[in-house]
Design a protein around this ligand. Structure first.
Ligand SMILES: Cc1cc2nc3c(=O)[nH]c(=O)nc-3n(C[C@H](O)[C@H](O)[C@H](O)COP(=O)(O)O)c2cc1C
Length: 339
């Protein structure tokens, strides 16, 4: 029976344990979307804290796809060197590094005109987006392709495609935000089409070198939204085209917040895990070490993704190892703290 601190593999990527730091926007980049000292210290300190994999915050593939003007980007060659420094630091200190590639769609608050599947604002506090033309779609596909080339060059170990939380790809998947009457809307086959096209671009460039994963929102918490059955269908289609793991989150496409409690998204991960063969990652208040261990041991999910727990305790994985009676794998300079 595998536990939280047993090694794991996603495709060809060896992971020293089953802990991943969740993507978390920092809004700390200057308006050029370039990583700075904040990002080096922030992500680097996670690496010292013991997780197998650290995921960047949502990193925009286009300037108009930033959630805010302070997001990280990977849409220009200038973004590469600081990201490379960050990846190299984390590699030297024992963690793999993933990039969450994102496009904010109608939830972007940026100077550029914003785009979405349909001209429907997220809420009355957000601007109305332009309905995407086929040309816009080609631009976005090219942007994902270019971003993937840069991510590979920088040395990231995983690309996670952000298709959750109400951003562009989620907007395509949902009947709430996708009112298109062409082949990219109308049915769930139509609504998943553009998302699969994006994934095909990324998978094509990656050519098997590193895993390509996806984050989905498994519930929209509204009867107008898609169903869990739709999400399972989407995940199966993604698996068929070569997605290597599924990170299961929820919400974000409607201004409603789920009630959250430990493991609140776990039933979604379990449902998806029963339907696919690729690894499933669970997230959402799983930072109680006993709960995290139980989720892995009971086979409900394959990896535990921790967000706020790592913000509170950058060494969460070491803390969890101690709580579970394991020897934490700390950097040598820290050993005296653990004798
Ligand atoms: C400060 C903050 C920023 C976040 N930014 C992102 C993000 O960039 N991409 C994403 O997929 N989720 C983002 N999330 C959601 C987290 O990745 C995670 O799914 C959520 O916090 C639930 O996990 P937790 O209970 O372990 O924090 C963010 C959450 C927080 C607290």
């Amino acid at each position: 029976m595998a536990g939280l601190f047993d090694a794991f593999e996603i495709k060809n990527l060896q992971l020293k344990n089953r802990v991943m730091v969740s993507p978390m926007c920092q809004y700390m980049a200057e308006e050029d979307a370039v990583a700075n000292d904040w990002h080096i210290v922030h992500y680097g300190s996670f690496a010292l804290g013991g997780p197998a994999l650290v995921m960047t915050e949502a990193t925009a593939v286009e300037a108009r796809g930033r959630i805010s003007v302070h997001d990280l980007g990977i849409y220009d060659d200038r973004h590469m060197e600081p990201l490379r420094k960050l990846v190299e630091f984390n590699h030297r200190h024992g963690s793999k590094m993933g990039i969450q590639m994102a496009h904010a769609g109608r939830k972007a608050i940026v100077p550029e005109p914003i785009i979405a599947p349909s001209a429907i604002a997220f809420s009355d506090k957000y601007p109305e987006p332009l309905e995407m033309t086929k040309e816009h779609m080609q631009e976005v596909l090219r942007a994902y392709r270019q971003a993937t080339k840069r991510a590979l060059d920088v040395g990231f170990d995983v690309i996670e495609i952000h298709a959750a939380h109400g951003y562009l790809l989620h907007e395509f998947l949902s009947p709430v935000s996708n009112h298109r009457s062409d082949e990219y809307g109308l049915t769930r086959e139509g609504r998943v089409r553009f998302v699969l096209e994006v994934m095909e671009q990324v998978i094509d460039v990656v050519a098997g070198k590193i895993p390509v994963t996806v984050r989905v929102s498994a519930s929209e918490y509204d009867c107008q939204g898609y169903s869990l059955d739709d999400v399972v269908y989407y995940c199966k289609r993604m698996e068929e085209i070569g997605i290597d793991a599924i990170d299961v989150s929820s919400g974000g496409n409607l201004p409603v917040a789920p009630s959250s409690y430990p493991g609140y998204q776990l039933p979604f991960a379990e449902a998806i895990k029963q339907a696919v063969h690729v690894p499933v990652l669970a997230v959402g208040m799983l930072d109680d070490p006993q709960l995290a261990e139980h989720v892995i041991q009971s086979g409900k999910a394959d990896m535990i993704v921790v967000g706020r727990g790592f913000l509170r305790d950058k060494h969460w994985a070491h803390t969890a190892a101690l709580a579970l009676g394991k020897q934490p794998q700390v950097p040598e300079s820290y050993l005296r703290a653990y004798l």
